[in-house]
Every structure is written in C-alpha cells, then in structure tokens.
Design a protein around this ligand. Structure first.
Ligand code: FAD
Length: 348
C-alpha cells in the first residue's frame, strides 16, 4: 500500500488542525494519491474500523479524547488545464492539493474565476464539502463535477455533476457524512484573465470599482488577501487570531421577519433572509477578544465570528466558549446559531 505512516511525527491530532486542538489518533497515515486513498478506505471498511479523513484540518473541531481507528491525511497532488473551444478552461485538481496554491497558480497562469476564494486554508477536496465561499463567490459557481469514492458500495463514481451535490450556503450533501470521499474536482474558468464579477460591496470599495465590474484577477487576489489578513483570516503561525476554524458560526438563514427587527439581513431566496451572525454575537454582549475559560481560548481580536486557541487551549475550553456565545445569542436575540466546522467526537 503506497501510504506513509506518520504516527511517529505526532502523538496528537492538534498539529494537523488549524485550531491546533484534538487528542490522539490510534493510527495516522498520509496518502499521496487517489488510488492510495481508496485503498486505505477499503481496508478500513473491510476491517470495520472507523476512519477520519483530514485535509488541512481547517474546518474541524476534534475532541480532546482523540479519534478511534485510522486518521487519513490527504496529500494527493496534481492539476491539469484544458482549453475548451469556447476559450474557457477546464481545471482538474486532485483532492489533496492545497487550495490557496491552486488559486495562486491559476491567477499566475493568467486565469480568473477563483481569485475571490484566495487565502482560504485547506485542501481542494474539501471545497465542495461546505461549498466554500468568500467575497461573493462560492466554489459552486465554478464547479463542474467531482470524482467520488462511495464507501457504501466500494465504487468510484466519476464525474458526479455539481448539481447532484446539494450545494448551498456553507453546505452540501457531502457535509457531516463520511461515506462519500472527493477524489478530484473539476472547475470551469472563464479563461480571459479577468476576475469573476465583483459582487461584494467591501471588495468593490477596496478596489474602487462599481459592483459587477470585472478586474484583472491578480489585482483582486491581492485585495482579497489584504482584507482577509486584516480579519485574521489568513493562516499565520505567529498570530493566535488565526488559530481558528475560520468563522465558527454560519450566518443564520431564517424566514423573513425572524430575529431582532434591527438585525442586518440580506435576501436568501423564497421568503428567507440571512442574518449577520457577527452582529448577533455583539448584541449578546461579546466583543473582539472576549475570553473563554482561563483566557486559553477567546474570540479573535480581529473578528467576533472566529473562536481562537490562544496557545494553551483545549477543545473542551473552545466548546465552552462556543456554548456561551450560542446561548447568549439565543437569550438576547432568539436566534439559534449553528456551528460551521465539523465536530469530530464532540458536540456543542
Ligand atoms: C483562518 C480560516 C479562514 C477560513 N475562511 C473560510 C472562508 O472564507 N470561506 C469558507 O467557506 N471557509 C473558510 N474556512 C474554513 C475552511 O478553510 C474550509 O471549509 C476548507 O475548505 C476546509 O478544508 P480542509 O482541507 O482543511 O478540510 P478539513 O478541515 O480537513 O475537513 C473538513 C471536513 O471535510 C471532510 N473532508 C475533507 N476532505 C474531504 C474529501 N476529499 N472528501 C470528502 N470529505 C472531506 C473532513 O472529513 C471533515 O469532515 C476558513 C478556515 C480558517 C482556519
């Protein structure tokens, strides 16, 4: 089996998550190809052993008690560009490729489309799992299809169309279930070097353009990275504000008229509105830097939506802080916040 056992490198999963939290794995292996990933999954399933697949560990909260069975670290590599007759480009990427590396490479190749998704940590295979999005673009806008390994049948399903993945706001049918594994992802990019239309008002203001404009992709990438750095949303080992899982809560999508009357809201399809979770958290009395137990965890100094490990935190500390935020918002605003990361072996 072409896997690399890495157990000797770390006794806990903490170094493999961006929160730097999580207890031990019984067995830790790294896979460097889609075939090796399928092989490991099949072997574990045949032995009825639990498996946890980790990409960059940037959207998980792993229990202090650790994880039974095998943890698979995904490191398959490779990407391919095909120019299509209409001038667009089909981009095929192996699931283990670092996502921001893919965005940077497309921009360097003179291709637009992905630039608003610059600086999002993690691996490419996880991008459809919660339909990653930022600054007005979601992966679902560009995704054509994925190759999946279906653990229920033991078969690889090639070219599963994006339309069958139930992509929605920070969700898909892949999220929270472990039986459908993304092996590779295909996206279509415009191919003319211009960005996707700039939809996000803050980004349009930063670029000094009208919403809807298309701008050189490289210019947008730089602007997005600068905005994200200001919010602690680009990983930096020296900055505890980035020891997080990104936004800890999704913006609640509720029937129109829900929540406090003065809460900022945006239309979210048929009779629904999206409320700003950050605003609700502030209404409940939390501020940037609000500490959790012993100050070992805290809301980020730059962004109330990010729950961070200040260096000596535990998952139990983080969950306690998350519960106090969730309960505070429920009491003050009557709205139930839902966590964005996948909770592994623990719950709120
Ligand atoms: C600082 C910071 C900023 C962030 N900003 C954003 C943002 O702007 N927008 C956004 O949407 N998200 C954001 N995130 C969240 C996170 O980066 C994304 O969700 C990312 O796609 C997770 O990738 P990962 O490889 O780290 O997944 P992991 O955390 O390793 O895994 C997440 C879940 O997906 C599953 N999974 C992983 N790979 C696969 C696969 N190949 N097939 C099937 N299941 C798989 C895992 O088993 C797990 O359940 C941010 C996180 C951080 C820390």
């Amino acid at each position: 089996m072409r896997t690399v056992p890495v157990r000797a490198l770390a006794s806990t999963l903490a170094p493999y998550t961006t929160l730097r939290l999580g207890g031990p794995a019984e067995r830790l292996v790294e896979v460097r190809s889609a075939d090796a990933l399928v092989e490991v999954m099949r072997a574990a399933d045949d032995a009825a052993e639990p498996v946890l697949l980790l990409g960059g560990g940037s959207n998980v909260v792993v229990a202090d008690a650790g994880v039974p069975g095998t943890v698979v670290l995904l490191a398959s590599a490779g990407r391919r560009l095909e120019r299509r007759p209409d001038g667009s480009v089909l981009l095929t990427v192996e699931a283990g490729e670092d996502w921001d590396g893919v965005v940077a490479a497309t921009v360097a190749d003179g291709l637009g489309g992905l630039e608003c998704l610059s600086g999002i940590p993690g691996r490419t295979g996880a991008t459809p799992v919660q339909n990653v999005g930022a600054y007005g673009v979601e992966i679902g806008d560009l995704l054509v299809d994925v190759d999946l390994y279906d653990r229920r049948t033991g078969a690889v399903r090639a070219n599963v169309p994006a339309s069958q993945l139930g992509l929605g706001y920070r969700t898909s049918t892949l999220k929270g279930r472990a039986d459908a594994i993304v092996l590779r992802v295909r996206m279509v990019l415009p191919g003319d070097g211009a960005s996707a239309p700039i939809r996000y008002p803050e980004l349009a203001r930063t670029l000094g353009v009208e919403p809807g404009s298309r701008v050189p992709a490289a210019t947008v990438r730089e602007a997005v990275l600068a905005l994200r750095r200001g919010k602690g949303m680009v990983l930096d080992p020296a900055d505890h504000d980035t020891w997080s899982a990104g936004s800890f809560f999704t913006n609640p999508v509720l029937p129109a008229g829900s929540g406090p009357a003065d809460a900022p809201r945006w239309p979210a399809g048929a009779g629904m509105v999206k409320l700003a979770a950050a605003w609700l958290i502030e209404q409940a009395g939390f501020r940037r830097g609000s500490p959790g137990p012993g100050g070992r965890v805290a809301l980020s100094d730059k962004h109330v939506l990010a729950l961070t490990n200040r260096g000596s935190g535990t998952t139990a500390d983080l969950l306690e802080l998350a519960r106090s935020v969730r309960d505070g918002v429920r009491e003050r605003c009557g709205v139930e916040l839902v966590p964005e990361p996948v909770l592994v072996g623990c719950r709120l």
